[in-house]
Write a protein that binds this ligand. Structure first.
Ligand SMILES: Cc1cc2nc3c(=O)[nH]c(=O)nc-3n(C[C@H](O)[C@H](O)[C@H](O)COP(=O)(O)O)c2cc1C
Length: 217
């Protein structure tokens, strides 16, 4: 893979595979190259949330079914999560940065502590040590004190902690719009153009003009 440098996308085993799907499709739509890592636990969430059995030896077809699009092997590369000799395990491997979406609390802790227990965590550690952008999208509720501390440590290490917290403003009316809101925030941090959301205009769109009259802002 040559120009542009790829984004590493790590999918860990938190609920929220639709967020990963929206980010992956957003990157691909923007013409970005992607290096994909799917943790072992993420296969369970994928199976539960999409019905797709994601397997190493059929990853292209499985990913195609999940993203509902053809996968160009020149633009999307897949690495198995236990392959610690894979490209993204090394800082000399060219990459622009990484997104972990969704991020399990285990992944949050593992990355914050530098455990590198699998390729996803190692690639995130490499991203931090090389000073590249790292976006971590935790999905859990409520958070333990430990997870909150690990998130602070990630922030201190230079990562952007971007919880999967969709907003309901600007007329969001479907689950997909809520998912796209989170994916849009991720792509904004990466500086990747997209048209996933209608941006806030400063107007309370849900209110009719007569309702807005006399409304004290
Ligand atoms: C169906 C399912 C849903 C899960 N949802 C979450 C979740 O929302 N957040 C979370 O932190 N862990 C969740 N887990 C637990 C993680 O998968 C588990 O902690 C796992 O060890 C994470 O490993 P990984 O970080 O290597 O992917 C879920 C597990 C399953 C099977």
């Amino acid at each position: 893979m040559s120009d542009p440098l790829p984004w590493v996308v790590g999918v860990s085993g938190a609920s929220g595979t639709p967020y990963a799907r929206a980010v992956l499709n957003g990157l691909i739509d923007a013409g970005e190259a992607v290096e994909l890592i799917v943790s072992r636990a993420a296969r369970l969430t994928l199976l539960d949330e999409t019905g797709i059995s994601f397997r190493d030896n059929s990853w292209r077809a499985d990913l195609s079914g999940w993203l509902r699009r053809d996968i160009d092997p020149e633009r999307v590369r897949y690495w198995t999560a236990n392959d610690l000799a894979a490209g993204p395990a090394s800082g000399s491997y060219p990459a622009r940065g990484m997104v972990v979406v969704p991020a399990s609390t285990a992944a949050v802790a593992g990355i914050a502590l530098g455990l590198s227990k699998d390729l996803l965590q190692r690639a995130a550690d490499v991203t931090l040590k090389e000073g590249r952008p790292l976006v971590v999208v935790p999905r859990e509720t409520p958070y333990t004190r430990g997870t909150l501390q690990r998130m602070l440590e990630l922030n201190d290490a230079g990562a952007v902690v971007l919880p999967a917290s969709p907003a309901f403003y600007a007329g969001a009316g479907s689950v997909q719009q809520l998912v796209d809101f989170v994916a849009a925030k991720v792509l904004d941090v990466l500086g990747v153009p997209h048209s996933l959301i209608t941006r806030w205009s400063g107007q309370l769109g849900a209110l009719r003009a007569d309702q807005r009259e006399g409304f004290d802002r």
